[in-house]
Design a protein around this ligand. Sequence first.
Ligand SMILES: CC(C)(COP(=O)(O)OP(=O)(O)OC[C@H]1O[C@@H](n2cnc3c(N)ncnc32)[C@H](O)[C@@H]1OP(=O)(O)O)[C@@H](O)C(=O)NCCC(=O)NCCS
Length: 286
Amino acid sequence: MDYTIRQMEPRDLVDVVRLSNQAFLETARHTWKMGQRFADRMRKSRDALFIAEAGDARVVGFAIGQCDGSRASLSWIAVHPDHAGKGIGGMLLGALEDRARDKGISFVETGTPFARSFYEKKGYRCVGVRTSLLKELAGAAIPLPCGARVRPVMLDDLSTTLGLIGDEDEWLRFIHAHSTAVERDPDLSVLVESDAGNRGLLGVAVGRKNTTCEELIALSYMHALDGSNALDVLNALAYLCSCRGHRWLGVSLPLRGVDEKALRACGWQDATLPFYCTSYSMQKRL
Ligand SMILES: CC(C)(COP(=O)(O)OP(=O)(O)OC[C@H]1O[C@@H](n2cnc3c(N)ncnc32)[C@H](O)[C@@H]1OP(=O)(O)O)[C@@H](O)C(=O)NCCC(=O)NCCS
């Protein structure tokens, strides 16, 4: 069968959403979230948006990228499973690269969880890995670390935390993460205190519901006053999340004060959810 590549038009959007639901496993449950993202991108610019069409004019693949200043980037690429392995992905990627060259851009980048070797075959090299780990909380006994207590941060706690965290920039990062999280789930920004008489603060941690999967809470900020308590602070958040009935807690490494081996030793595993997993940064010079 012959395939042609052409620029994406608004009329293609429904086919593109349908195809992405079939190619990207998990997003199939969130049809219109993808529709919203694709429509937003199309409203900005159609320049680097491509469709692969079969001889009968059916949409069998798409690529959504952008050419911005001196860089081009690819956000999504997918080929219908019935037409995979026939060179269509390579043709779509080639179309984006040609568009970049036309604009005098000599650099393309993308991030991928699952298709690293597809890009490597097309001349991209991996320049960074973002490792994500998950702890499954459902059906497991998640203990509160010994000597610790955990509770949601209250408004009045915020000024106290400035004194305890000390560094103003660090505190502003905490306030940003806290304010973003409490909009959606006020219980997920927590103080971890020592259970001892003086109840000193061990640290703060903030989790946020993943926008694609509400069963996943992703750590968005953590600060332990003493680095040696970092794992306890994280595990205290895991305990609270398990009590609240959340299924997974996720972290992206590196995490200050927390050793990857120590995490794995207490049950953290590679994240392989399509919407939360280890991702590879890929780049190609044209
Ligand atoms: C990745 C994808 C777009 C590739 O499309 P395709 O049309 O099958 O790719 P091509 O036929 O051009 O394949 C080119 C090469 O990459 C390899 N390849 C294709 N998909 C691959 C994948 N998911 N992982 C690793 N290698 C892959 C092919 O085996 C082929 O190798 P070969 O030349 O040695 O035979 C397609 O598999 C897809 O839609 N996957 C689901 C969505 C996805 O994962 N998108 C990318 C992540 S953001």
